[in-house]
Design a protein around this ligand. Structure first.
Ligand SMILES: C[S@@+](CC[C@H](N)C(=O)[O-])C[C@H]1O[C@@H](n2cnc3c(N)ncnc32)[C@H](O)[C@@H]1O
Length: 300
């Protein structure tokens, strides 16, 4: 048990899918289409990311082994019941060196990066570089919340909730609201070509089934992070009374990080032309050029 129930993940899935940045999803799809390799979803829960990408047999993922890594056996069982072609891989993600991503073309995650630490992200960036894989990480909470109608404690509740987000979630001190920016910086520094976009939840009257447990969870976390119990209870009562007719924005970011090799296709071609312009580009020349730009030596 991870603390993330099937019912909560089901409740949030429609809002998640509506919020994802369509352009980044399409760019992740183009990257996937251009090469072989597995798609490995970290902290995949019941398989929401694979569904967002059209399912394992959809045109995007078809032909790519789909692997879902999670430590919650109940969520893994649910994921494979819903899509039997997904290979469930039970594991604790905190051990980055043991993540089964050696054959990955694309590593994915959703609603995960805000749980992890800076050390974890550095370790993941190293593994992604070594594998030559891209990362498509969607729906990272970014610290922004906005509520309508306003309540005088909205700012204090958001600040306390964000403090709570920085607690250790099993990966060291969590980056919480800073995770999306930190991930982009760390991956860029590792040579990845990074694109980010907002993917905010915008919940209105029709989303009360999700908004109710959301505001209950926010109030509870804010209470644990130092907001007074009377303040937390008063804010929650106000929010529950305005589920109908009110609006809630929860800020998220999507991120696509493509490995240097793919960003440098033109450089490789230029290198090959350069060698070709000499007398003769031997196999050794070609291997050397590819290794220079990709960090990998091609099979003889
Ligand atoms: C917020 S849920 C997101 C689930 C799914 N990606 C989605 O978008 O519906 C976080 C997921 O990370 C998993 N998780 C959290 N900590 C983990 C850890 N240390 N090792 C493996 N999985 C973990 C949970 O079991 C849960 O499925």
């Amino acid at each position: 048990m991870s603390g993330f129930s099937v019912s909560w993940l089901d409740l949030r899935e429609a809002a998640d899918h509506a919020a994802r940045d369509a352009g980044l999803g399409e760019a992740a799809g183009r990257f996937l289409r251009d090469g072989p390799g597995a798609v490995v979803d970290l902290g995949g829960g019941t398989g929401s990311t694979f569904r967002a990408l059209g399912g394992s047999s959809g045109p995007l993922l078809h032909g790519h082994p789909c692997r879902l890594v999670d430590l919650d056996a109940g969520l893994l069982a649910e994921a494979t019941a819903r899509d039997p072609a997904i290979a469930a891989h039970p594991a604790d993600l905190s051990g980055v060196d043991d993540l089964p991503i050696g054959d990955a073309r694309l590593v994915t995650a959703s609603a995960l990066l805000d749980l992890v630490s800076a050390d974890w992200l550095h370790a993941l960036a190293r593994r992604l570089s070594a594998c030559g894989a891209g990362l498509y990480a969607a729906l990272t909470y970014d610290g922004r919340m906005a509520f309508s109608p306003p309540h005088p404690l909205d700012g204090a509740v958001t600040a306390a909730f964000n403090r709570h987000q920085r607690g250790d979630k099993g990966f060291g001190p969590a980056l919480g609201p800073d995770a999306a920016e930190a991930a982009a910086g760390i991956l860029r520094a590792s040579g990845f070509s990074v694109t980010a976009a907002t993917s905010d939840w915008r919940l209105g009257s029709a989303d009360a089934a999700l908004a109710r447990p959301l505001v209950e969870g926010i109030a509870a976390a804010a209470g644990e992070a130092g907001l007074g119990p009377d303040e937390a209870a008063g804010w929650l009562a106000f929010r529950l009374a305005h589920l109908a007719g009110g609006e809630i924005l929860v800020g998220h970011r999507d991120l696509l990080a493509l490995p240097p090799a793919d960003g440098q296709t033109d450089d490789i071609e230029a290198g090959l032309r350069e060698a070709d312009a000499g007398e003769f580009a031997s196999e050794e020349d070609v291997a050397r050029i590819i290794e220079r730009y990709t960090g990998r030596r091609p099979e003889p």
